[in-house]
Design a protein around this ligand. Structure first.
Ligand code: ATP
Ligand code: MG
Length: 256
């Protein structure tokens, strides 16, 4: 397993945001994480990316515990994320935002760059070329020199994904990548996730849009009030009584 989440609990004062959550994500899987508002989905992504430590439990990445590591170490190991509330550098261009994502995990020394040494200049050109290629993957290469703040909402969401991809992750955590999007933007992100999956990327995808999740995810974990209700295929979770109750009362299943 690429990622193992073992009995994770996280409390905030009296609130048990996560309460003994366990599931695993296999390499190359697009794994959905769903649940009603406040179920604990973002809290779990914060734990996986080293932003929030768990109160108890363990997270293993490639068999190694990562739950006590700070965010930059987790990023260095190959876990990248996007944020539910988009976090970009609004006054920087698209290209610069993606380059910032590369530098997050770059181990190169800063001094040669500051001194404008030829080796550093060459490296800078490589960074730019790589960032352009990443922008092309999310179909934003034509916006390379646009300021992030001047992009449309859907474009900003895709730029966030590009920034995360720039770090060359093995595991990509997406927190509601199509929230508030119309059909066209939604289709573009779906195509991108499918492409990444074909290339072997492992994705943990939080999303409220059930059709989107059902279409893309081979496995889905359902959280409710901080607890894992079940993990299964789309068909399996749609039949699961507790999932049906958590979403829609007792009558209906989540719609594919
Ligand atoms: N930093 C924090 N301090 C206090 N309570 C928090 C904090 N972060 C999250 N919580 C609480 O933990 C619970 C889970 O929140 P979380 O944001 O993880 O839910 P979510 O599943 O991502 O919800 P949504 O679908 O609305 O994004 C909520 O009750 C929330 O208020
Ligand atoms: Mg959330």
């Amino acid at each position: 397993m690429l990622l193992e989440i073992a009995d994770i609990t996280r409390t905030f004062g009296g609130v048990r945001a996560l309460d003994g959550v366990s599931f695993s994500v296999g390499s190359g899987e697009v794994h959905g994480l769903i649940g009603p508002n406040g179920a604990g989905k973002t809290t779990l992504i914060n734990i996986l990316s080293g932003i929030t430590p768990p109160t108890s439990g363990a997270v293993l990445f490639l068999g190694n515990p990562i739950h006590a590591l700070p965010a930059h170490r987790v990023a260095g190991l190959g876990i990248a994320r996007t944020f539910q509330n988009i976090r970009l550098f609004p006054g920087m261009t698209c290209l610069e935002n993606v380059i910032a994502g590369q530098h997050l995990v770059s181990k190169r020394a800063l001094l040669p760059r500051l001194l404008c040494l030829p080796s550093a200049m060459r490296e800078e050109r490589e960074y730019r070329a790589k960032a352009m290629a990443t922008l092309a993957r999310v179909r934003l290469d034509h916006r390379a020199d646009f300021l992030a703040k001047n992009l449309s909402y859907g474009e900003r969401r895709r730029l966030e994904i590009a920034r995360a991809l720039a770090a060359n992750p093995r595991l990509l955590l997406l927190d509601e990548p199509v929230a508030g999007m119309r059909k066209r933007g939604l289709t573009q992100v779906a195509e991108l996730v499918r492409l990444l999956a074909q290339e072997g990327m492992t994705v943990l995808l939080i999303e409220h849009n059930m059709a989107f999740v059902m279409e893309l995810c081979s496995k889905i974990t359902v959280l409710n009030f901080g607890r894992t209700i079940t993990t299964g295929t789309g068909a399996e979770i749609s039949r699961h009584q507790e999932v049906i109750e958590a979403y829609l009362g007792v009558k209906d299943a989540p719609h594919a």
